[in-house]
Design a protein around this ligand. Structure first.
Ligand code: UDX
Length: 438
């Protein structure tokens, strides 16, 4: 089959490469000529393990190409995936839909044959129906809009796309068309592997994605709230999470207490959910998410307080080493990164902050140019009064006390991700502080 994929960010580039991997002919489309040139030459513009190999293999086979031309895209295929970003609006909670709207406005006038547009981006409920109406107003041919939300995680993007937990396709029941048949054919190898394929209406498909992310965010904030109580009583949240996790109804995943969630999805998606619920007159249904957000942000302040306490009650003039800038390991993404946020707050309190991350330094410098960046763990820890581990990269979880001791001024470490062996650090005479742990 043939398809296009609009948008070549995490979602779009991965989807384009993976659809080619399934054996389809794919044209990736982006308005940014720089991204198109990079992808066309086999370079992934962001860090995502395994994606470069899939990209190169399919560029070489001729099944995958990239372009900036919407006209070429309209001519190339009758199935168009939409994978552009829906960031949080500046200064408000709602999602900014300008990119999805712009794809419809630019693509649809070029369509000369009946076409199916399948949205994958995370959007507020009701967007797909609006886009359908928007497309029909511009079209000179039949255009069907369906929604197939993407659940991929950064760091596992290829695997999550080729071996998802489920596929969801929302259809406009009032306008039966070709979408189901075309999408089934596109995903045939995945469906044949036994992956559940659920057909819903448009609104349900949009809400599945938003509520999945809201649930995950809630699970993380739940354990972080319990973590606050652990701190007040001397209990250990990591042991508690293990014990909770054995209950199959709860499960251990997403119960890692620590600095909380960040990234390009969970924070903005719960805020967009609240904004949309408000517009629909259902604020009460999403009010708990405000608390989920508050708990999450409180963990960041807690780490700043711990750092201050470690430096004798004031950060003014202290040297602070921050290990980790990405919002999670195996990613160079610093969007709403808890680690960078904490580094920035500590700097505001008058400390000299030195940040090191294995992959996210370039992106960090772009969004936060006033921090000091080191090129190694050793350089970041040089004369540090306290070391903060804020992203659980394997490079940091492997660190032994003796690796850092020669560089630091004080043997004091804060484990913002509860990813180190507390006993080992204490046995080596370090002052170890975790979150929700004694
Ligand atoms: C998330 C969803 O998991 C994915 O399904 C959706 O498509 C996009 O949003 P992603 O943003 O890539 O994916 O990251 P994820 O692995 O979910 O982690 C999100 C944040 O939560 C990270 O900052 C991570 O450090 C934090 N987290 C995760 C915790 O603090 N504790 C946990 O137990 C799990």
């Amino acid at each position: 089959m043939r398809c296009t994929v609009f948008g070549t960010g995490y979602l779009g580039a991965t989807h384009a490469a993976c659809m080619a991997e399934l054996g389809h002919d794919v044209l990736g489309v982006d308005i940014d000529p720089g991204k198109v040139a990079k992808l066309s030459s086999g370079e992934v513009p962001f860090y995502e393990p395994g994606l470069r190999d899939v990209l190169r293999r399919n560029l070489d086979s001729g099944r995958l190409r990239f372009t900036t031309s919407y006209e070429e895209a309209a001519e190339f295929a009758d199935l168009h995936f939409l994978g552009v970003g829906t960031p949080q609006k500046k200064g408000e909670y709602g999602a900014d839909l300008r990119h999805v709207n712009s794809v419809i406005d630019t693509l649809v006038p070029h369509l000369t044959r009946p076409a199916v547009i399948v949205g994958k981006s995370t959007v507020p409920v009701g967007t797909a129906a609006d886009l359908g109406a928007r497309a029909r107003a511009l079209a000179t041919t039949d255009v069907e809009v369906a929604w197939n939300p993407e659940f991929l995680r950064e760091g596992f993007a290829v695997d999550d796309t080729l071996r998802p937990d489920r596929l969801v396709l929302g259809l406009d029941a009032s306008r039966p068309g070709m979408a189901e048949e075309m999408v089934r054919e596109m995903y045939a190898p995945i469906i044949e592997d036994g992956v559940p394929f659920l057909i819903t209406d448009l609104a349900t498909a949009e809400l599945v994605k938003v509520s999945a992310n809201a649930f995950l965010a809630t699970k993380i904030s739940f354990i972080n709230a319990v973590s606050e109580v652990c701190e007040a009583t001397g209990a250990d949240v990591t042991q508690l999470a293990d014990a909770l996790g054995y209950d199959a109804r709860i499960g251990r995943r997403f119960l890692n207490a620590g600095l909380g969630f960040g990234g390009g999805c969970l924070p903005k998606d719960i805020r967009a959910f609240m904004a949309r619920a408000g517009e629909l007159g259902a604020d009460h249904a999403s009010a708990f998410l405000r608390e989920v957000d508050n708990i999450n942000m409180r963990r960041r302040t807690k780490v700043v307080e711990l750092a201050s306490a470690a430096c004798g009650g004031s950060l003014l003039g202290a040297n602070v080493a921050v290990l980790g800038a990405a919002f999670k390991p195996d990613s160079d993404d610093v969007r709403d990164s808890p680690a960078l946020n904490v580094a920035g707050m500590i700097q505001l309190h008058g400390a000299a902050v030195s940040v090191y991350d294995p992959k996210a330094l370039e992106n960090s410098k772009r969004v936060f140019p006033t921090l000091n960046y080191a090129t190694s763990v050793a350089e970041a820890c040089e004369r540090a009064d306290v070391v903060l581990v804020l992203t659980e990269w394997a490079e940091f979880t492997r660190l032994r006390p003796a690796d850092l001791a020669p560089f630091v001024r004080a043997t004091s470490i804060i484990d913002g991700r509860n990813c180190l062996d507390a006993e080992e650090w204490r046995a080596a005479s370090w002052t170890y502080r975790g979150l929700g742990r004694r």
